[in-house]
Ligand binder design. Structure first.
Ligand SMILES: Cc1cc2nc3c(=O)[nH]c(=O)nc-3n(C[C@H](O)[C@H](O)[C@H](O)COP(=O)(O)OP(=O)(O)OC[C@H]3O[C@@H](n4cnc5c(N)ncnc54)[C@H](O)[C@@H]3O)c2cc1C
Ligand SMILES: Cc1ncc(C[n+]2csc(CCOP(=O)(O)OP(=O)(O)O)c2C)c(N)n1
Ligand SMILES: [Mg+2]
Length: 570
């Protein structure tokens, strides 16, 4: 049958299982918007194209399915850049579709022309410029395959206006992607497996470093089997949180710059690191020269480019984590590591870690208490938390205990302020039955708060917890520690967030006392609609521990008074 490129686009998206897209129209993408009338896909109108990309990203992270964002040429496309880079750094599978000026106008500085494939070349896994209707179907099929296979990532498809308007024969049959140069299905050699097993069986002080790749690979059960059978404690990266249950006796919490002190010490004293789907980010390793110097290292990783990039390893196992562990596990023997685990337990302290509920109410409202209370109230329910970037993000990682994968959605690699609210919208669209909480700073919230209108228009029940400290808190903390408390450009004059929410028709209240937190959270959960809570917390609190940039992982700044760092301190 003869169809337009625009019609083919939506049909091919449907073939990929797409049911929702996040977008914003404009001239160069109008033929595609017009053809939406032939499609069952639900289009969610955002308020800024950056929001569309974070929504697609949140959708992907919550569900494992590819998220889709749509924008027009020029400013529409360039507004997507931050969201694309965010997805790239965290290996999140999204497909961004942009309109482009007519193919004959390309290179003429036509109205709203930007070379978006050129602009996004370094921040996409791959991108395409489509100039003919008969290229649309093959390109969409390849784009989804590239975005979701191997190491996932963002793919951009730029479609000229004439390719959308032009017609061609289209039989509706799905096209198999043909990419001979692209080989995402690697696997280790038998020698490498043997070497890894020798190291696992001879280690006295092993630790598993659990990363985001576990969630992407779906290898949660395999990792748990490995840890339990060989009695190996598990530390997690920020993006790995949820890959291994926080309540598991072998879980040591988060590693790195703001990770748990006992875990950072464990890593520095280990004789074997088993890195699973993590990329040794500098926030995780601290100074590479002093990082885990006495440890042998096994690195299971799907992307060969990550091997020996930051940390030199003894045994690389390149392949899909789940497949690699399934190969390895039948040969892994039972082990105890009693002394090692007892030693780590002593560092942790006897009571439950970061158990702050019994601390007396000092009259101050701490972010840690707010986040811990949200965790307690939502315990045992299917809850997704999205965070923004800054102190509240680290407190969330420390005081909300994630038991399940895909329950924490946060921008780790790019650290994109403005991520939390749109990512939550994407997550709620992907998993409507999940409860969704946005934990966001007063600074970052103001970067994308225009998306409040999107969630109201879509009737999404999302809970927003602003951790309002009146500062760009994480930057203020750096100024306090390293710049003589010169608080240049970090105090914030904020709008009245409660009135702002009310202007959008969103129920809202401010919370200033610790005793008010739980009732406010309970009321928000009971309300049949979105709620915004303005938690006015201690203004100059800091995140501890902290490994200063460039310092060794063991060189942590500890909290001067043991209020909310570790149970062991008290
Ligand atoms: C303010 C701030 C502070 C931060 N502080 C910390 C901190 O204290 N601690 C911390 O941990 N992080 C911290 N981060 C986050 C940090 O910057 C990194 O984003 C994070 O450590 C990366 O975690 P990851 O390596 O597990 O995930 P990713 O960066 O997503 O890497 C995942 C790896 O898994 C691989 N992979 C993907 N799929 C598969 C598969 N199927 N099989 C095998 N491998 C696969 C990928 O190729 C990639 O190498 C902070 C971020 C911010 C913004
Ligand atoms: C888009 C963007 N701009 C700047 C930064 C640098 N930055 C990192 S954390 C931070 C402060 C965040 O303040 P707020 O949102 O209030 O969160 P808080 O740290 O106070 O919890 C800034 C400015 C960033 N990560 N992203
Ligand atoms: Mg703040």
């Amino acid at each position: 049958m003869i169809k337009s490129g625009a019609q083919i686009l939506w049909e091919c998206l449907e073939q990929q299982g797409v049911t929702e897209v996040f977008g914003y129209p404009g001239g160069a993408i109008l033929p595609a918007y017009d053809a939406l009338k032939y499609s069952n896909i639900h289009h969610i109108l955002v308020r800024h194209e950056q929001g569309a990309t974070h929504m697609a990203d949140g959708y992907a992270r919550a569900s494992g399915r590819v998220g889709v964002a749509v924008a027009t040429s020029g400013p529409g496309a360039t507004n997507m850049v931050t969201g694309i880079a965010t997805a790239m750094l965290d290996s999140s599978p999204i497909v961004c579709i942009t309109g482009q000026v007519g193919s004959k106008l390309i290179g003429s500085d036509a109205f709203q022309e930007t070379d978006i494939t050129g602009v996004t070349l370094p921040i996409t896994k791959h991108n395409y410029l489509v100039t003919r209707a008969d290229e649309v179907a093959r390109t969409i099929s390849e784009a989804f395959y590239v975005a979701s296979s191997g190491r996932p990532g963002p793919v951009l498809v730029d479609i000229t206006k004439d390719a959308q308007q032009g017609t061609c024969e289209f039989d509706g049959k799905p096209i198999k992607p043909q990419l001979p140069g692209y080989r995402p299905d690697l696997s280790p050699t038998s020698e490498e497996y043997k070497h890894a097993l020798e190291l696992i069986h001879s280690a006295k002080r092993p630790v598993i470093l659990a990363g985001h790749g576990i969630i992407l690979s779906g290898a949660m059960q395999e990792v748990r089997t490995l840890a339990e059978r060989a009695n190996i404690p598990v530390g997690l990266t920020l993006l790995g949180l949820g890959a291994f249950p926080a309540s598991h006796p072998l879980s040591l919490g988060m590693m790195g710059m703001h990770g748990e002190a006992w875990l950072n010490t464990t890593i520095q004293e280990a004789d074997l690191l088993i890195a699973l789907g993590m990329r040794f980010d500098d926030r995780v390793t601290g100074n590479l020269k002093t990082y885990a110097q006495n440890a042998k290292k096994i690195h299971v990783e799907i992307d060969r480019a990550e091997i020996n990039k930051n940390v030199k390893v003894d045994v690389p196992l390149v392949g899909d984590l789940r497949a690699v562990l399934r190969e390895l596990l039948p040969h892994v023997k039972q082990q105890e590591h009693r002394e090692w685990i007892a030693y780590i337990d002593r560092m942790k302290g006897e009571t439950a870690v970061r158990d702050i509920q019994n601390l007396p109410d000092s009259g101050h409202l701490y972010a840690a208490h707010v986040i811990n209370d949200i965790w307690r109230e939502t315990l045992g329910t299917e809850t997704i938390v999205t965070t923004d970037v800054g102190q509240h993000q680290m407190w969330e990682a420390q005081y909300y205990k994630h038991e399940e994968p895909r329950t924490l959605i946060t921008s780790g690699g790019l650290g994109t302020m403005g991520f939390a609210l749109p990512a939550a919208i994407g997550a709620k669209v992907a998993r409507p039955n999940a409860e969704v909480w946005v934990v966001v700073g007063d600074g970052g919230f103001q970067m994308t708060m225009s998306e409040l209108a999107t969630l109201v228009q879509e009737k999404l029940k999302i809970h927003i917890a602003i951790i309002n400290n009146g500062y760009l808190g994480m930057v203020r903390q750096w100024q306090e520690f390293f710049y003589d408390r010169n608080y240049e450009a970090t105090p914030l004059l904020n709008p009245n967030f409660v009135k702002l929410a009310e202007a959008y028709g969103i129920r809202s209240c401010a919370v200033t006392q610790r005793a008010e937190v739980v009732p406010a959270v309970k009321a928000a959960r009971q309300h049949n609609g979105p709620v915004l809570l303005d938690f006015q917390v201690e203004q100059e609190d800091s995140v501890f521990p902290m490994v200063p940039a460039g310092a060794g992982l063991h060189e942590m700044i500890r909290r001067p008074s043991p209020i909310v760092e570790t149970a062991a301190d008290s």
